[in-house]
Design a protein around this ligand. Structure first.
Ligand code: ZN
Length: 276
């Protein structure tokens, strides 16, 4: 599959990109916004010779999208055998229950409340379906329940909202914590340095072919923002809203509510570390 537009029966608005890696195909959900970029990336993963596929993040509760994911897997000669969630935000997880009905699959996630079936996901453990191996990498920070999935055979990592294909993500205070997030970025950096990961398959936005560069950029960005917030507080900006208006003046106002959560996470971090 190389060109989504060439596929007969494709619902209006649905986008399937060509294989991002040998084992990964993205079906783009029709929920674009300032927060979700082009929409949620729903990933279909499978060994080339296997009839079984894993779907990561079915996306929003959108019947047309969910059915198109099933159809796309079938067109690839696959049957969906398992559904995984990177985290519980509705743009990734809201459709999971319906998708599980359509496919008859269990849903596995870190948060027990999101699971369907008996099995969860544990840090460091591997998930294996039809010869495809995914390693579970805990990456809390965007949310407490955020996971990434390392796909060693393709030198890739699925990052959910921990790293996006464009821009940077939010730390969703109070569930998300900045200290956790920085640790998670360092964990992802070690995958790129020690484990041969070169490609990021994000939850939103385009595939990133320079995974290490992306992680370094995220770490540098967080350090810059943290320093800006610290300076703003020193200069008398007290509330999170005041800090946002000062530090995030260059950011589209539609993103300020998200920025305020990130600022709250940063203020908490600075306070805990005795920096303000
Ligand atoms: Zn999210």
């Amino acid at each position: 599959m190389t060109d989504a537009a060439a596929l007969p029966g494709q619902p209006r608005g649905a986008v399937v990109s060509g294989p991002a890696t040998e084992r990964a195909v993205n079906v783009l959900a029709p929920n674009p916004s300032a927060m979700t970029l082009d929409g949620t990336n729903t990933w279909i993963l499978s060994e080339p010779d296997s009839p079984l596929a894993v779907v990561v993040d079915p996306g929003p509760l959108d019947e047309t999208h969910l059915r198109w994911v099933v159809d796309t897997a079938e067109r690839l000669g696959k049957r969906v055998a398992l559904t995984l969630l990177t985290h519980g935000h509705p743009d990734h997880a809201e459709g999971a229950g319906r998708f599980a009905e359509l496919t008859g699959t269990p849903v596995r996630a870190l948060d027990p409340a999101l699971r369907l079936g008996d099995e969860g996901l544990a840090a460091g453990k591997a998930v294996e379906v039809g010869g495809l191996e995914l390693r579970v990498v805990p990456t809390p920070g965007h949310t407490a329940d955020s996971l990434s999935f390392h796909l060693p055979a393709d030198g890739a990592v699925l990052t959910g909202d921990t790293i996006l294909g464009r821009g940077t993500t939010m730390v969703a205070h109070p569930d998300g914590r900045l200290g956790d997030y920085l640790d998670s970025l360092r964990r992802l950096r070690s995958l790129t340095v020690d484990d041969g990961v070169h490609t990021v398959l994000p939850g939103h936005g385009p595939v990133l072919e320079d995974a290490q560069g992306a992680v370094e950029y995220y770490l540098a960005h967080r350090a810059t923002r943290l320093a800006q917030v610290e300076t703003a507080v020193e200069n008398g900006y007290r509330t999170a809203a005041e800090v946002v208006a000062h530090v995030y003046a260059d950011v589209d106002r539609s993103l300020w509510p998200a920025a305020e959560l990130s600022v709250r996470a940063q203020l908490e971090y600075l306070t805990e570390h005795g920096l303000i």
